[in-house]
Design a protein around this ligand. Structure first.
Ligand SMILES: Nc1ncnc2c1ncn2[C@@H]1O[C@H](COP(=O)(O)OP(=O)(O)O)[C@@H](O)[C@H]1O
Ligand SMILES: [Mg+2]
Length: 241
């Protein structure tokens, strides 16, 4: 049996059961999916849940302004009454930088800009000694660093830096398609310890959201494809139990 310290629970019932109790502590987990599948909201909910359960958490917003992430999360998760309270007590940090500043960085200073981002992330996590973080999303890094080799090196640098600190992270990435049969995972994704994939497959006249755990180092996990929905009280994942 795992002790509590060996796993970080997501506190999303269905997800924890697919993960056989949670994510092994220190794992770097990719939440991959097409646009609108709920990657930002899912990573936010996991961090909110952790913060609520006494684990300091930091959400690093690279795609949207932090205030918008908070605004959207509060709107969607209207049954989470204490988002502001956790933020004001520094149990949950939602921070980042204006994404527009990043994409307009001149190409010759791309690596410099990435270095800055790593130190920003480090500074943010130090503010409350975050043990669980989210980075939303790494796709922005791909836009920022045009050269594929430099991009892969940066991803490895990011993941190793988090791993060294023993931080458990949930890192979102946009993939080319929301359709399970069409998704091609980029090469660099294999550096992650875990992958949770969110899909929205077309079925007759509607798209049906489903998710699966594709990989989780250090743990067994379910191989089931599970439908999910986003509700005012958080994600509901239908595991058939
Ligand atoms: N109140 C809500 N109820 C149900 N679904 C919602 C609600 N608010 C947002 N959503 C869903 O969440 C999606 C956006 O989630 P988000 O995490 O921003 O997606 P991603 O980061 O994957 O692009 C919307 O496209 C919508 O389907
Ligand atoms: Mg998003």
């Amino acid at each position: 049996m795992d002790s509590d310290e060996e796993r970080v629970k997501t506190y999303i019932d269905g997800l924890d059961s697919l993960l056989f109790g949670g994510v092994p502590t220190g794992n770097q987990v990719l939440i991959a999916g097409g646009p609108g599948t709920g990657k930002t909201l899912m990573s936010f909910e996991i961090l909110y849940n952790c913060a609520k359960n006494g684990i300091p958490s930091a959400f690093i917003a690279l795609e949207e302004q932090p205030k918008n992430v908070i605004k959207n999360a509060k709107k969607t998760f209207s049954k989470f009454p204490d988002i502001d309270d956790l933020i004001s007590k520094n149990k949950l940090i939602v921070d980042g930088e204006d994404p527009a500043l990043r994409v307009t960085t001149p190409s010759d200073s791309q690596m410099y800009s990435f270095g800055n981002m790593l130190s920003d992330i480090e500074a943010i996590t130090k503010e409350n000694d975050a043990r669980v973080i989210a980075i939303d999303s790494v796709s922005i890094i791909k836009l920022m660093i045009g050269d594929p080799f430099a991009y892969r090196k940066s991803m490895i640098a990011l993941v190793s830096s988090l791993r060294r600190k023993g931080i458990t992270s949930f890192i979102t990435a946009d993939v080319s398609s929301s359709d399970r049969d069409k998704i091609r995972f980029s090469q660099e994704f294999f550096i992650f310890d875990g992958i949770v994939a969110l899909y929205a497959n077309g079925q007759e006249d509607r798209r049906v959201p489903t998710l699966e755990v594709l990989k989780m180092r250090g743990s067994n996990h379910s191989w089931m494809l599970s439908p999910y929905e986003i509700t005012e009280a958080g994600f509901r994942i239908f595991t058939g139990e």
